[in-house]
Design a binder for this molecule. Sequence first.
Ligand code: LCS
Length: 391
Amino acid sequence: MHKDAKFDTMLIHAGQKPDALMSVNPPIYQTSTFAFKNAKHGADCFAGESDGFIYTRLGNPTIRSLEDAVAALEGGFGGIATASGMAAVTTVYLSFLSAGAHIVSTDAVYGASRSVLENHFSRFGVEASFVDSSRIELVEAALKPNTRLLYIETPANPTISITDIAACAELAHKYGIKLVVDNTFCSPYLQKPLELGADIVLHSITKFINGHADVVGGVIVAKDPADHKLMYNVMTSMGPNMDPHQAFLVSRGLKTLSLRMERAQANAQVIAEFLEGHPSVAWVRYPGLPSHPQYELAKRQQKGSGAMISFGLKGGFEAGSKMMDSVKLATLAVSLGGVETLIQHPASMTHAKVSAAAKQKAGITDELVRLSVGIEDVNDLLADLQQAMQG
Ligand code: LCS
């Protein structure tokens, strides 16, 4: 692949190295371990003086192919694939947070990215503050001398609020703090956090990157080789590694990222406008609507508006529940970013473990319904939502 290859070309070719049989796609190296040619080769591999594979927890060609592809797409130094998105999140936390350290995070992050700090990292003396990171002055006010990480999710799950990545990078670097961006909702097709100054980008690969609701996985990409090395050591020591078969499936899904994202966000724009004009709908949050509070920032920072919408019905939680029970084409399920349209209720599902007070403060209200728009025919989706709101 030419070094100046464009994004869509990279989607198809990045990370692909022909094997001995010139296989066009990366084979599934479904093996736990790799034989050494001789004792010296084994010792050289362990010493890092030969780049042969050793053991799948430490690296595997099928997984490496995916890691290299995502690293190239994000414009980073190296990729680290993990068993789940949460394995990626916790690998980042474990790499940079020690007892006595502090992290500042977006308040409306994915529920587990928050609750793992509040319920588990707190047991090891790690302190966390959650702020509305769309307001940079609140981020700055939350920083402390022991802050090690600024962790933002943009657009945030599930409020779709948008944080200025470049402004956060400037702030973080002024205080010698690393900026981490969860880029799950956009994927590298729509947003490139490392180019905007972030140090580390991560994904729940379960979502848009894989895109077919058949794999759980995660990936981390660092800009700086030293950060990559640190996180790679943490990941391979603790063992939340991806499996070769998972990596194969994700590599296959990844190739159509642009096509899926284009169709899904075109559908989402039509649906968001329909919802905003519907008499039963109280409010809609979608970056492609001028009513979105960070509409201008979204236009500047993202290549498109994405496929995630949140909204509230005038009848509140009761009306939302009724709607979720009445959809026939959209599926009532958590997760997002697949080819199929999903609908869910964050307050009682994905963010159930976040305290009621924290949810209220972060804008995760009881009435909020979240839609992950798929690539079905948009007229069928509109008809389904229309009948479900009447039902
Ligand atoms: N980051 C974001 C933004 C997410 O939405 C999720 C999962 C994760 C990290 C964790 O990834 P996982 O371990 O599940 O691969 N979000 C989910 C959601 O909204 N519904 O179900 C899972």
